[in-house]
Design a protein around this ligand. Structure first.
Ligand SMILES: Cc1cc2nc3c(=O)[nH]c(=O)nc-3n(C[C@H](O)[C@H](O)[C@H](O)COP(=O)(O)OP(=O)(O)OC[C@H]3O[C@@H](n4cnc5c(N)ncnc54)[C@H](O)[C@@H]3O)c2cc1C
Length: 434
């Protein structure tokens, strides 16, 4: 049997504040299940839940620990947005599609609440506190105003409104914003407690989860599929690839890996704030994103402030990427100049060329859901649910997310320099205020 590369432990604010650390054994021997799910993040665990509800026997195989991928280390911003605006979707695919995508976003947020409720994941601390887009210049503010007018007028969505600079100062404690778009949908969550809570919940329902069990190969035999791990084998009728930006851990998931551009996203967290900054910065506990192309976002967790954005290029973290984030944080919130940063971590987001997640069937036996473009807490969990439909031969209406066949990223071998080039261009446009 082939072995998989060892995976390093992730230390983050989330791992340091986790409520519990459920452990699941390693696969051993030969076993038979209806559906083998590769990846123990939100997508894979949710898919297992809904497959079991259809009377099938799923098994989740995780290369490392449940939530080791993006699901356990993300920013915990719960949002129903896509990288494309809804008015942009309407321009490209019509108003009905825009409305459907908008509804999917709201369904995804509600679904997070349903899972928290169903499994009693109080420690996920899911707060539907809303989200605020913070305009960094007048051009961005004009675009936000246009989007709100469109959402109100065309989709009849009155959950969004524009905030004036004085309201932004009150909301964020920063004088650096020209205005903002407040959306009452969405909010924040403790992402690691959420993913571990789902895992514990489905395990209590009898669903099999194996950790430290990387799938190293998938082959076909007369009965279906054979998935090899270093310590055991699964025979199944169907497989699900729920490996997103971590699809390059082994060659077994190469077919989805080649459709994604992995992009490193980094997060820093401060020590607990005290005094005036604790009272005035991000006082409503929402999630906050900037309008720059190289987007930065921030939120509070308890009294700490989290600030996230682009991480290092390449396979590992770099101190300079974290230093750049801290500099950006202090530029936005000067009162944090002397505040200690206690946590620094990063992970990979799976970007797609069309900026939309891809969900569907690779062939008659393998399904997938990948490419959440950095906004997957709510959407990946919902797509896990819809994967159960796809596996069982149904065609759920998932709008633009439905991809009949995955398209490979052209020039895949040079994707890393290409990402640098695009990021550099975006930084230039941000710097000149365009
Ligand atoms: C730093 C960071 C911040 C983010 N912030 C936000 C945010 O605030 N809000 C938001 O909505 N989204 C955010 N995202 C994106 C979001 O976290 C992801 O879209 C979502 O977690 C994807 O879940 P998943 O289950 O599809 O993939 P993952 O959680 O990445 O899970 C994939 C799993 O597959 C496993 N795996 C890979 N290969 C194999 C194999 N061969 N065998 C077995 N297992 C395998 C990996 O170990 C991994 O655990 C962020 C992502 C990052 C990295």
């Amino acid at each position: 049997m082939v072995s998989a590369p060892p995976l390093s432990e992730i230390t983050s604010l989330w791992s340091d504040t986790a409520a519990s650390e459920p452990r699941f054994g390693k696969l051993s021997g030969d076993r038979q299940y209806d559906v083998a799910i590769i990846g123990g993040g939100y997508t894979g665990l949710a898919a297992a839940r809904y497959l079991a509800r259809k009377g099938l026997s799923p098994v989740v195989l995780e290369a490392s620990r449940v939530g080791w991928g993006a699901s356990g280390r993300n920013g915990g911003v719960v949002s129903g947005k896509f990288r494309l605006t809804f008015s942009g979707i309407a321009e490209g695919w019509g108003i009905d599609m825009a409305r459907h995508m908008h509804d999917l976003g709201i369904e995804a947020i509600d679904h997070v609440g349903e899972l928290v409720e169903a499994y009693g994941i109080k420690e996920a601390n899911f707060q539907e506190s809303g989200s605020l887009r913070c305009a960094h210049n007048e051009i961005s503010l004009a675009a936000l105003k246009q989007e709100v007018a469109w959402l109100n007028g065309v989709l009849g969505d009155h959950s969004t409104s524009i905030l004036a600079p004085s309201q932004m100062l009150e909301e964020t404690g920063s004088e650096g914003f020209t205005g903002g778009l407040l959306n009452t949908h969405g909010g924040v969550i403790h992402p690691l407690n959420f993913v571990r809570g789902i895992a514990s919940g489905i395990a209590a329902e009898g669903i099999a989860i194996f950790e430290q069990s990387p799938v190293t190969s998938i082959r076909r035999d007369s009965a279906g599929l054979v998935l090899e791990t270093p310590s055991g084998t699964i025979n199944s009728r169907h497989a699900v690839m729920a490996t997103n930006a971590y699809s390059d851990l082994t060659s077994a998931t190469q077919s989805v890996q080649r459709t994604l551009i992995p992009f490193r996203s980094a997060i820093i967290a401060t020590e607990p704030l005290t005094g005036k900054p604790a009272a005035t910065l991000l006082c409503k506990g929402r999630s906050y994103t900037e309008t720059r192309r190289m987007m930065r976002w921030f939120r509070k967790s308890g009294d700490r402030l989290l600030f996230g954005g682009r991480g290092a290029f390449g396979k590992t973290d770099s101190p300079s990427a974290f230093a750049a984030l801290q500099k950006a944080m202090v530029a936005q919130f000067p009162e944090l100049a002397d505040v200690q940063v206690t946590h620094r971590w990063s992970g990979l987001v799976g970007m797609t060329l069309d900026s939309i997640p891809h969900v569907g069937r690779l062939d008659d036996r393998i399904s997938y859901a990948v490419g959440y473009n950095g906004t997957g807490v709510a959407m990946s969990t919902l797509m896990g649910k819809y994967l159960a439909e796809i596996v069982t031969g149904n065609r759920p209406n998932i709008g633009l997310l439905a991809s009949e066949r995955l398209k490979k990223v052209p020039f895949y071998p040079i994707r890393e320099p290409a990402v640098r080039l695009v990021a550099g261009w975006y930084q230039f446009l941000d710097a000149i205020g365009r």
